[in-house]
Design a protein around this ligand. Sequence first.
Ligand code: ATP
Length: 355
Amino acid sequence: MAKITLQDLRHSYRGNPRNDDDWALKRLTLEWRDGGAYALLGPSGCGKTTLLNIISGLIRPSEGRILFDGIDVTDATPELRNIAQVFQFPVVYDTLTVYDNLAFPLRNRGVGEAEVDRIVRQIAAMLDLESTLTQRASGLSADGKQKISLGRGLVRSDVNVIMFDEPLTVIDPHLKWQLRSKLKELHHRIGRTMIYVTHDQTEALTFADEVTVMKDGMIVQTGTPVDLFERPRHVFVGHFIGSPGMNVLRCEVKGGKALVAGQPVESVNAGRYRGAGAGLQLGVRPEFVKFASDGIAVDVVKVADAGRHRIVETRLGDEVVNMLQPEDEAVPQGRAHLRFDPAHTQIYEDGWIVD
Ligand code: ATP
């Protein structure tokens, strides 16, 4: 296992990058501790696969270095980096049994048969594959095959890191949560450094202790799931994480106080704002908005049932303010007033939180 350091990485697929858009990865520095569970989260095209390929050695970065435990591996081959990868589509030998598929990486490294048997049975038990060990892999369903792929990554004790690239894509929706919790459990039991790449916030937030959110080839925030939820450093993170995402409203700050549609709103950080007032926004998650007897005047326009709570859509002029209302509380009709929880209301300038 290894600590992984990405130092000042940049990558362009163009021979002669001139402007910002020519870089698939803009400058990026990151450290993943030994044994941690990490996720890279971002929309399609933000650079996740490029970064993964740089770490595994399939792409040499245009600039910057990759270190494993402080040793520069920027020019090392994928084999030398000793990484296990689990891809979107299961990589299994269809004609071999489940047992032989799991044993393959170990036999390949000359591990003795008694040890192979011990490890294969241990990993098969963790993945609930014991009853299928003698079956051919070809007979298994997509999730069974993906479990084999996971198992082939997990059997090796010599890998520096296990990387998962959207591993649940081909899994039936009702089985996804099972595999997701299985992965989390496996990380606890095995304690290897694991990096999970996905565009799905639920997968990232349930698997990882620390999530890195990417956008347009840049890291916008690295933090625990709670950090990303409670204190998004950029409005993009607020929007991308949460369902519905954070409300982002135009605002002003005067004398250290925020105003939305001319009405005062308390926030965590308006008092720290020292700028000229351009490009200011207020962010508050639907979870931290409540109906009140006075406050921001809005119109209730839509109510949607979402299990134990309702998602209420309100309008403030041309802007939408969503809120979550417990199922057993009444939703006013027409004109209503909102109050934002001051401890979870933040001001952003040009998209970034005011510090
Ligand atoms: P997805 O989830 O769709 O795979 P991603 O977040 O993994 O997206 P990348 O595939 O790394 O993103 O792509 C980042 C940027 O680099 C995109 O603008 C993409 O068009 C570009 N890109 C990726 N691979 C190549 C390539 N081989 N040649 C040229 N441009 C590429």
